[in-house]
Write a protein that binds this ligand. Structure first.
Ligand SMILES: *Cc1c(COP(=O)(O)O)cnc(C)c1O
Length: 395
């Protein structure tokens, strides 16, 4: 006797994550080499990663300092620049809280300003309008991997005697006027190697600066305020037990295990960017004609890192942002929102009595935006699938 076997339901498409790192055999081998070496914390690989990173930026005057997160790097850069109580630091409301929280670590105040909707980056005219006698620094964010208007910001900083620390968490690599972010002449630039960033060390970051004194202060403060780091101590000719504490520093050093990943990821940064740019082009072509604002492009000749691909729904769209995200999720497509602006977050809103009306551009962008998956491991078929889902939802 035969039993009728019911036809199984069609197997759903695999879940397409919003982000995924691309870790190859070279990265794995380099980490294993570190594990076998006997030196797992900050040591020869962290130092080589710093050297390679500075060389990769191609600017011989740069100092590169590896840290265990971009948050740590931003904190160290602002500390070294002397930010403290009574000072004001201007940044964008349209960012991750790390950009601003480090200012509060130092007891200084955060002044949030709106974005230019054409770039989604901080609006230089609003920066200038927000300057007071207490203003000490500007922290621009290269949102999504499109360089902020650095010529305008550097000009404002120069005229008003302000420091600039770039939050370049998204900007590896990105260029402004043909020059790589990191070499543009601000006081310091901070990159992130968090798991979903363009290159990753799991957790990690890099501060680059042209200023030798700033680099020296960051180096001391990243490891307990010790005047020499552990690797120096154990390799130098003077007795290895001796060290001096010159400040109550932090524990922000990058391990050699993480640096091993970074050494190999850095070699692939341009290849990663090229694949991201291809995916962005695929979205540009596949989403044309829908009731959307597509992300801004870099100027002709400039590089966009395409860390994010952020679409903004137009008022004519047949569904809300939240409904669109739910619909994509039901189609097993991961997406995200960059960002819930700081002015809507309880801490920032209450501390500085902020309201959405003060940030109309960021607010409007937030209400309509969705970040689509974009990372080198995505296939062309994945991109087509996302475009199809969006055409079905919005067409
Ligand atoms: C990821 C990110 C940070 C923080 O980076 P960490 O390395 O995780 O500390 C800061 N600013 C922006 C804009 C980011 O996206």
């Amino acid at each position: 006797m035969t039993v009728a076997v019911p036809t199984p339901p069609p197997s759903p498409l695999p879940f397409l994550p919003f982000a995924l790192p691309d870790i190859g055999e070279e990265e794995i081998a380099e980490v294993v080499d570190t594990l076998r070496s006997g030196w797992v914390t900050t040591g020869p690989k962290a130092r080589r990663f710093e050297e390679d990173f500075a060389a990769w930026l191609g600017d011989p005057g740069l100092h590169a300092l590896a840290v265990n997160s971009a948050t740590a790097g931003l904190h160290l850069a602002l500390e070294a620049l002397g930010m403290g109580p009574g000072d004001e630091v201007i940044t964008t409301t349209h960012t991750f809280t790390a950009t601003a929280e480090v200012v509060r670590y130092l007891g200084a105040d955060v002044v949030l300003v709106d974005i230019d909707p054409a770039t989604m980056c901080i609006d230089p005219a609003l920066v200038e309008a927000a300057i007071t006698p207490r203003t000490k620094a500007i922290v621009p964010v290269h949102y999504g991997g499109l360089a902020a208007d650095m010529p305008a910001l550097l000009n404002i900083a120069k005229r008003h005697g302000l420091k600039i620390v770039e939050d370049a968490a998204h900007a590896l690599p990105a260029t402004s006027g043909g020059r790589l972010v990191g070499t543009l002449g601000s006081d310091a630039t901070v990159f992130s190697f968090y798991a979903n960033k363009n290159i990753t060390t799991g957790e990690g970051g890099m501060v680059v600066t042209h200023d030798a004194a700033l680099a020296a202060r960051i180096k001391v403060m990243r490891l307990h305020g010790i005047s020499r780091d552990a690797f120096d101590r154990f390799t130098a000719k003077v007795p290895s037990w001796y060290y001096e504490i010159v400040a109550p520093g932090f524990k922000y050093n990058l391990t050699d295990i993480a640096a091993a990943l970074g050494l190999q990821q850095l070699k692939r940064a341009h290849t990663f960017q090229q694949r991201r740019a291809q995916i962005a082009k695929g979205y540009d072509d596949g989403l044309r004609g829908l009731p959307l604002t597509l992300p801004p492009q870099a100027r002709a000749g400039d590089v966009h890192s395409w860390h994010l691909y952020v679409i903004r729904l137009l008022p004519a769209a047949p569904l809300t942002r939240d409904a669109l995200i739910e619909r994509l999720f039901a189609e097993r497509i991961g997406c995200s929102v960059h960002y819930i602006p700081l002015h809507l977050q309880p801490y920032w809103r209450d501390r500085y009595r902020l309201s959405a009306a003060q940030f109309p551009q960021s607010q409007r962008a937030f209400e309509g935006l969705v970040s689509l998956p974009i990372y080198p491991r995505m296939s062309d078929a994945d991109v087509a699938r996302v475009c199809r889902a969006l055409r079905d939802a919005l067409g």
